[in-house]
Design a protein around this ligand. Structure first.
Ligand SMILES: [Zn+2]
Length: 305
């Protein structure tokens, strides 16, 4: 196992040293970690936009206009927060070409995702657990963090290194094209796995990093990052619920270690908000999508009498 790691590290070093690409080794905004990334971002954004158009086709969106507007309101704030965070790392260009979209999809699945290029979707099934704007901001901050930290692209790059020894990267490096395998891998990583039949959870390290960056995005968007703890507590309480919840919960286990990590990164998020003179959001609007009926406990949260 150690030898394997040593080999991988040597390859990473080689790739970073010899590949004539500024993009091959990137710094993750919000944490400063170095990552390997060969994926052609512009091509990936195009693939993502096409997938997103299918998922948000007419008839699939929620008719709850109020909650749909709430997703767009929080989304606009998180998008602005992403610009601020990336500017701190001199990486504003990374999302300059994003065409952000925020939609609410009618589905009992407890899920939400952000695709490369800034395509965000929430399912109505997660809205009850979000409860309010701050809950939405917690989830949105986390999902957008996976994208601006390019976790899917990083994993696909690592996969390519492992598979082909780092020699033939043409498909991912090509000017406009990208192998569909690479694109599929990245899409699955961002939560579209359920559509394709396989879900690729992010590694624990990526989850933890998304939590950390997500808190900063939340704070830079004017929300109180302390409220993230309450969201994950609600998520944890829901984990005894129906199978619909398994998608999100299996990839986002809320154990005490996770809560501890989140707690540790809250001060950093608050400092960022202060440095950027962020005014707090005045009104924390409540979600109106009724909480899902839980067969074990009956309807929750007074969604029905
Ligand atoms: Zn995640």
């Amino acid at each position: 196992m150690k030898a394997l790691f040593a080999k991988a590290a040597a390859r990473l070093f080689l790739a970073c040293a010899i590949l004539p690409l500024a993009a091959a080794c990137m710094t993750v905004p919000g944490t400063g970690r170095s990552q390997l990334n060969f994926v052609n971002q512009a091509a990936l954004n195009q693939e993502a936009a096409a997938a997103y158009r299918e998922i948000t086709a007419p008839g699939k969106l929620s008719t709850n206009r109020r909650d749909a507007e709430l997703i767009k309101k929080v989304g606009a704030r998180i998008a602005r927060a992403s610009e601020l965070l990336l500017a701190e790392y001199g990486q504003a260009d990374e999302i300059a070409g994003f065409n952000w979209e925020f939609n609410l999809i009618e589905s009992d699945d407890v899920n939400a995702f952000c695709l490369p290029g800034g395509k965000v979707a929430f399912y109505t099934g997660i809205m009850g657990i979000c409860h309010d704007e701050e809950g939405i901001a917690t989830v949105m901050g986390h999902e957008v963090a996976h994208v601006i930290a390019q976790h899917g692209a990083e994993r696909a790059s690592q996969g390519q290194m492992a598979q082909i020894g780092g020699f033939i990267l043409g498909t991912a490096l090509g000017g406009g094209g990208m192998s569909s395998t690479t694109a599929d891998l990245v899409m699955q990583a961002y939560g579209l796995g359920a559509q394709i039949g396989v879900l690729l959870p992010f590694s624990r390290a990526h989850e933890s990093e998304a939590d950390r960056i997500g808190l900063s995005l939340m704070a830079l968007a004017g929300y109180d990052p302390d409220k993230a703890i309450q969201f994950w507590d609600r998520m944890s309480a829901d984990s005894g619920g129906s199978n619909d919840a398994l998608n999100f919960l299996s990839t986002h286990p809320t154990d005490s270690q996770r809560i501890k990590n989140i707690t540790a990164y809250i001060p950093e998020a608050k400092t960022r908000a202060e440095t950027n003179h962020i005014a707090p959001v005045k009104e924390n609007q409540l979600v109106t999508t009724p909480a899902k009926a839980d067969p074990a406990k009956g309807a929750r949260d007074g969604s029905s009498s």
